[in-house]
Design a protein around this ligand. Structure first.
Ligand SMILES: NC(=O)C1=CN([C@@H]2O[C@H](COP(=O)(O)OP(=O)(O)OC[C@H]3O[C@@H](n4cnc5c(N)ncnc54)[C@H](OP(=O)(O)O)[C@@H]3O)[C@@H](O)[C@H]2O)C=CC1
Ligand SMILES: CC(=O)C(=O)O
Ligand SMILES: [Mg+2]
Length: 759
C-alpha cells in the first residue's frame, strides 16, 4: 500500500509518538531539594538564598558548593549541520539537542540545558557562548557546520576557563579511532601501511582524519572528498584543517581512490557509497559509514559487495555502532569531576584507549541483557563497546580524570580508586550492597549447582562468576546443548575449566540418585519406576540430590516454572529436623538504599510462630550484607486496633520475639506507610521501639509481600537480589522466571559465601 505524506510508516510514527507523548519533548527539570513547607521556601528563596549568593560573591570557588554548576553542561547548536540533515536551523535541531542532554543524564548523570541559538555568524555565536560561563561547568558544541565550528571552538577555548568540546569533531574522532584501531588489529593491518579514503571534510571528517593520522596512518595515504570532489592542492576554498589533507591529484574520482583502499571513513551524507565502489577495496576492508541517520551505504549492501568487510554505522539498530555517544557523556564526567580547565589531547587519547580496550574484554551480564541477540565478543561484529555497557562510565571517566591530573589541568585531583568505586556503585547498583558477600564468596570453596544449566542466562552468569573469580559452578544439562549455546553466544567459558557438567541423560551417579530419592519418598507413594523417571527428567530433584549427597554445597533453580513446584522437591530431599524453609527474603535495591521484604514465596498464610521464625531468619540474612536490621511487622492493623487475621498473627509473633529477647530492632504491627515514615510513626504510635526508617518489611501472607516486591521492582525500578530461601542453611535457592543474569550472579554469590551462621 502506498503511504501518503500524512501517514508516516509505523516506525516513523512510533518515533514521533515517542517525542510527543505523554508530555512533549524528552526532558524536564527536577528539584533536588524539598519544597514542601514555608521553611523550605524561605531557605531556597528569599531570604535564605541571599546567604548562598553572598558566599559566592565573597569566594567564587564556592559556586560548586552552593549551586548545580559543576554538573551542568550546555549543549549548544545553531542547527547548521544537524546530523546528516544539513542546515535545518536552530529550532529544528532541538530534538537532537534534547536527545544529547538525555544521553548525558542517562549515561553519566550529567545535567544539561540544550541551547539552540539563532546565530549564523561564528564569532557572534562564540561571543554568546563565552558569556554563559557563569552558568555552566562545561560546554558541548553540537552540530555546527565546518569551518564555522573551528572558529567557535577556538574562540571559546581561548576565552573560557571551563572545558569546551565540539562533540562532532572530537567525540566522533575518539570513537572512530577506537573502532579503527580494533578493526585494523583484527584485519592484521599496520596503520603505517593503510590506505584511507575520507568522505566528508567537515567537522567530523577533519577531526577523525587528524586523529587517525595521529594513530599512525600516514597523511600521504589519506585521500579526502567533499561535495566538490577530491581535496587537492589547487583548491582555494579550504580551511587549514582541511588543507592538511589536500594532496591528491585534481580530478581523482571516489571510485579510483577506493580501489585497493583498506579503509573508508564516511562522515558526509546518505548513500554516497555504492556497492561497486566498496567491491574494489582491499581484502577485509574497514567500512565506517557514519552519516546519520542514513549511512553512506547500508551494511547489507556493503557486505554483499565486500563479504570480508568490517562495517560500522552511526545507528543504534545495527551492530557496530560507531557514534560519539560512546564518548561524550563519559569524557565530560571525568573532566567535570576533576574540575578540568579544558579537555586536552592527553584526555582524548586516554578515552580512545579506554574504549578500544573495553571491546577486547568480555562483556558484562548487564550488556548481554540489553543486546540479547547480538554477538558480544571481540570480532568483526563487535569492534566497539555497546552504549549500554555499564563499564563505559567507570573505565572512561577514571582514565580521563587520570589524564587530566597527570597533564596538569585538574583543579580538583581525586583519589582515583575511590572515584572508580563510586562510579561502579552508580552503574552496578547491586555491587556495593553485595561487596562483603562477594568477598566472602571469593574466599570460599563452595560448589554451586545450577539445576537449569542449559538456560542462556545461567551460561552468561557462569561467565560473570568466572570473571569475578568465584568458584567453579556445576551445570545440570546436556553437554551438546550447552556447547551449542556457548558457541552461539560466543561466550569464552570452557567446560572442565570454568564449570562442570552433570548430564541427566548419562551421569554415572544416576543409580545412586534415584535409589536415594526412592528411599526418601517410598512412603509417600513414589515407586522405583517413578523415582527413576523423576531423576532422569527433573533437574531440580537431581540438583537437590547432589547437595544431599555432598556432590555440591548449594543449588540454584527456578529460571522457569512455579516457585512452589521447585520448593516441593527441595523440601522432599533437603528438609531435615534442623533445616526447613523459614521464608523467602527479597532484597530490593532502590535509589535511596536497600529494602528487604519477606515472606514473598514460601508460607502463603503465616501464623505467629512461623512469622517469628521468618523475622529471626531475616535479621540473620540482613546482617550478612553488613546492614543492621530494623524490622517492621506490617499489617492492616496497627498496634492492636483491628482484629484481622494478619494483625493477630503479627501480635502473636511479637509476643514470641519479646519472650525470646532477640538482639535486633523490631516493632509492629503497623501499616507499611508508618514503617517507612518515622515522623508519622512517632506521631501515631508514640513510644514505638523502631528507630528511623524500617529496612525490613515482614508480611503475614505472600500476596502482600509479593505485591510489595513486584511494585518496587516494577514501578520504583528496584533491583532485586533474591529471593533468598531462608532456613535451608544456604543449601538451596529458588529464583523466579524473570531473573536476569545479574540476578543469577548475585544469588550464586550468596550461595557461595561460606557463612557459618547461615540458615
Ligand atoms: N556517527 C557519529 O558519531 C557521527 C556522525 N556524523 C555524521 O557525519 C556527517 C557530517 O557531519 P559534520 O561533519 O558535523 O557536518 P559538516 O557539515 O561539518 O560536514 C559535512 C561534510 O560532508 C560533506 N558532504 C556532504 N554530502 C556529501 C556528499 N554527497 N559527497 C561528499 N561529501 C559530502 C560536506 O561537503 P561540503 O563541505 O562540500 O558541503 C562536508 O565536508 C553527518 O551525516 C553526521 O550525522 C557526525 C558526527 C558524529
Ligand atoms: C551523532 C552525531 O553527533 C551526529 O550525527 O551529528
Ligand atoms: Mg552531532
Amino acid at each position: 500500500m502506498a503511504l501518503d505524506k500524512t501517514t508516516p510508516p509505523p516506525e516513523q510514527q512510533a518515533a514521533l509518538d515517542y517525542h510527543a507523548f505523554p508530555t512533549p519533548g524528552k526532558l524536564e527539570i527536577r528539584a533536588t531539594k524539598p519544597m514542601a513547607t514555608a521553611r523550605d521556601l524561605s531557605r531556597a528563596y528569599s531570604p535564605g538564598v541571599a546567604d548562598a549568593c553572598m558566599e559566592i560573591a565573597r569566594d567564587p570557588s564556592l559556586v560548586t558548593r552552593y549551586t548545580a554548576r559543576r554538573n551542568l553542561v550546555a549543549v549548544v547548536s545553531n542547527g547548521s549541520a544537524v546530523l546528516g540533515l544539513g542546515n535545518i536551523g536552530a529550532l529544528a535541531s532541538k530534538p537532537v539537542m534534547e536527545g544529547k542532554a538525555v544521553l548525558f543524564k542517562k549515561f553519566a548523570n550529567i545535567d544539561c540545558f540544550d541551547l539552540e541559538v539563532n546565530e549564523t555568524d561564528p564569532e557572534a555565536l562564540a561571543d554568546w557562548v563565552c558569556k554563559l560561563e557563569p552558568t555552566f561547568g562545561a560546554i558541548n558544541l553540537e552540530d555546527i557546520k565546518a569551518p564555522d565550528c573551528f572558529v567557535v571552538e577556538r574562540i571559546c577555548r581561548e576565552r573560557m576557563g571551563i572545558p569546551v568540546f565540539h562533540d562532532d569533531q572530537h567525540g566522533t574522532a575518539i570513537v572512530v579511532a577506537a573502532a579503527a584501531q580494533n578493526a585494523l588489529h583484527i584485519a592484521g593491518k599496520e596503520p603505517s601501511a593503510v590506505r584511507l579514503v575520507g568522505i566528508g571534510a567537515g567537522a567530523a571528517g577533519t577531526a577523525c582524519l587528524a586523529m587517525l593520522a595521529n594513530l599512525g596512518i600516514p597523511e600521504r595515504n589519506i585521500t579526502v572528498f567533499d561535495k566538490d570532489g577530491v581535496l587537492h592542492p589547487g583548491r582555494d576554498d579550504l580551511a587549514p584543517e582541511q588543507r592538511r589533507f589536500a594532496h591528491a591529484p585534481e580530478g581523482t574520482t571516489l571510485t579510483e581512490a577506493l580501489t585497493g583502499a583498506d579503509m573508508v571513513l564516511g562522515v558526509s551524507g546518505p548513500g554516497v557509497l555504492t556497492p561497486e565502489m566498496v567491491a574494489g577495496m582491499s581484502e577485509r576492508p574497514v567500512i565506517l559509514a557514519l552519516a546519520n541517520p542514513v549511512p553512506e551505504i547500508m551494511p547489507d549492501l556493503a557486505r554483499a559487495a565486500a563479504p570480508g568487510a568490517m562495517i560500522a554505522t552511526g545507528r543504534s539498530d545495527i551492530p557496530n555502532q560507531v557514534n560519539n555517544v560512546l564518548c561524550f557523556p563519559f569524557i565530560f564526567r571525568g573532566a567535570l569531576d576533576v574540575e578540568a580547565t579544558e579537555i586536552n589531547d592527553a584526555m582524548k587519547l586516554a578515552c580512545v584507549d579506554a574504549i578500544a580496550s573495553l571491546a577486547r574484554q568480555t562483556t558484562t551480564a548487564e550488556v548481554g541483557e540489553v543486546y540479547q541477540d547480538e554477538t558480544l565478543s571481540f570480532g568483526p561484529d563487535y569492534l566497539i563497546p555497546k552504549p549500554f555497557d555499564p563499564r563505559l562510565l567507570p573505565t572512561i571517566a577514571v582514565a580521563v580524570a587520570r589524564a587530566a591530573m597527570e597533564s596538569g589541568v585538574a583543579r580538583r585531583p581525586l583519589d582515583l580508586d575511590a572515584y572508580r568505586e563510586s562510579l561502579e556503585a552508580q552503574v552496578f547498583r547491586s555491587s556495593l550492597t553485595m561487596r562483603g558477600v562477594t568477598e566472602a564468596a571469593r574466599r570460599s570453596r563452595r560448589r554451586i549447582v545450577f539445576a537449569e544449566g542449559e538456560d542462556r542466562r545461567v551460561l552468561r552468569a557462569v561467565q560473570g562468576l568466572a570473571e569475578d573469580g568465584i568458584h567453579t559452578p556445576i551445570l545440570v544439562g546436556r553437554p551438546d546443548v550447552i556447547a551449542q549455546r556457548l558457541d552461539q553466544m560466543e561466550l569464552p567459558v570452557v567446560p572442565g575449566r570454568d564449570f562442570e557438567i552433570v548430564n541427566p541423560e548419562s551421569d554415572e551417579r544416576y543409580t545412586d540418585y534415584w535409589r536415594d530419592y526412592h528411599e526418601l519418598m517410598k512412603r509417600q507413594g513414589v515407586t522405583p519406576d517413578l523415582a527413576r523417571a523423576i531423576l532422569r527428567t527433573n533437574t531440580t530433584a537431581i540438583a537437590a540430590l547432589m547437595v544431599r549427597r555432598g556432590d555440591a554445597d548449594s543449588m540454584i533453580c527456578g529460571t522457569f516454572g512455579q516457585y512452589s513446584w521447585h520448593l516441593n522437591y527441595i523440601r522432599q530431599v533437603l528438609e531435615t529436623g534442623g533445616l526447613s524453609p523459614a521464608g523467602a527474603l527479597s532484597l530490593i535495591i532502590l535509589d535511596d538504599g536497600p529494602l528487604f521484604i519477606a515472606d514473598t514465596h514460601v508460607s502463603f498464610e503465616s501464623d505467629g510462630a512461623t512469622l517469628a521464625r521468618t523475622v529471626e531468619a531475616a535479621a540473620r540474612h540482613v546482617r550478612r550484607f553488613g546492614i543492621e536490621p530494623r524490622i517492621a511487622l506490617c499489617s492492616r492493623s496497627q498496634f492492636g486496633n483491628f482484629d484481622c487475621r494478619s494483625g493477630m498473627a503479627m501480635r502473636e509473633a511479637l509476643a514470641i520475639l519479646d519472650a525470646k529477647g532477640v538482639d535486633f530492632e523490631y516493632e509492629g504491627e503497623m501499616h507499611t506507610e508508618l514503617a517507612l515514615n518515622p515522623e508519622l510513626r512517632e506521631r501515631l504510635l508514640p513510644g514505638n521501639r523502631l528507630t528511623g526508617r524500617a529496612n525490613v518489611l515482614i508480611y503475614a501472607n505472600t500476596d502482600a509481600a509479593g505485591a510489595a516486591r513486584d511494585l518496587l521492582k516494577g514501578v520504583a525500578e528496584g533491583l532485586e537480589v533474591g529471593p533468598i530461601l531462608m532456613g535451608m542453611g544456604n543449601r538451596a535457592h529458588i529464583v523466579t522466571p524473570e531473573v536476569t543474569q545479574r540476578g543469577l550472579i548475585n544469588i550464586a554469590t550468596l550461595a557461595s559465601a561460606d557463612v557459618a551462621s547461615y540458615g
